[in-house]
Design a binder for this molecule. Sequence first.
Ligand code: HEM
Length: 294
Amino acid sequence: MKNSQPGILESIPQHAKYLFFDQAPGCNTADCLQRLADIVDGVEIVVGLGQSLTLKLGAEIPGLSCFTARSKADIDIPSTPAALMCWLRGDDPGDLLHRSRHVNALLGEDFVQSDCIDTFKYGAGQDLTGYEDGTENPTGQEAIDAGFLSGAGLGLDGSSFVATQQWLHDFNAFAALTTSEADNSIGRRLSDNVELEDAPESAHVKRTAQESFDPEAFMLRRSMPWSIPEAEGGLFFVTFGKSFDAFEAQLARMIGDEDGISDALFQFTRPVSGSYFWCPPMKDGRLDFRALQL
Ligand code: HEM
């Protein structure tokens, strides 16, 4: 996909930092975005814009919205909007620290950092429970079809919508499951990643089987584990799509909207954030803000 931010299509890096920003009162949003565009290559830094930012510029990006919080018995799905998200990707946490300082300095007092999540690749790309994550991700042309807008016009084609959700694991609850209970909660065997044919309806991969939706709900997941020194951690779930439709359909089924059955993942993990962003396309190696009339 020649005009997308290339980092979206690449596999996950060894380390990444997610920076979230709110606009400060009186923020000169347009100037800040141009300054940001000077340093964003779409590979080492991938940028997403929240709805409050695009509205501030008087622009409407068709399909961009604010993530809606949901509640079910025993399940809370929070919404934590932000104006701007920078995904810093790399191999070296020291390098990421310096780049995050650079981004903060560049945004000056116009934006206030509201959150920062340090993430990393675990093993060969596993969730912290040990299960391989990303196996059924589309690749090649299918990844492009699932992940990016096309036929939407100049300034929109090559752009992508990203949903981010920080999930906090209860490692004691997970450790209390037997091997078979844990395998059934995911719907795959930990030992060899083989999908279980007789997995219960609550199994995560049964809830989210992409081809079982109508229309099919394929998405480009780029989730990475996160942790903090207090021994807390989980999965920073990240999914890119040509719209938010696939994510919303998957999440609705995970919380039991369709049949009252909720995803077995909720036995040991829960989301503590939830945000939507639009990732602009690129033109001649620079972020393309034509859809924002900039
Ligand atoms: C803590 C949260 C989560 C964990 C630990 C987790 C873990 C996993 C694992 C281990 C797999 C199987 C391997 C694979 O195909 O990647 C998987 C598959 C999948 N997950 Fe998640 N996931 C989480 C949250 C979510 C959420 C919030 C969504 C969407 C709303 C989602 C969508 C999917 C999809 C689409 C698949 C592939 C299903 C298929 O077509 O076979 N996951 N996940």
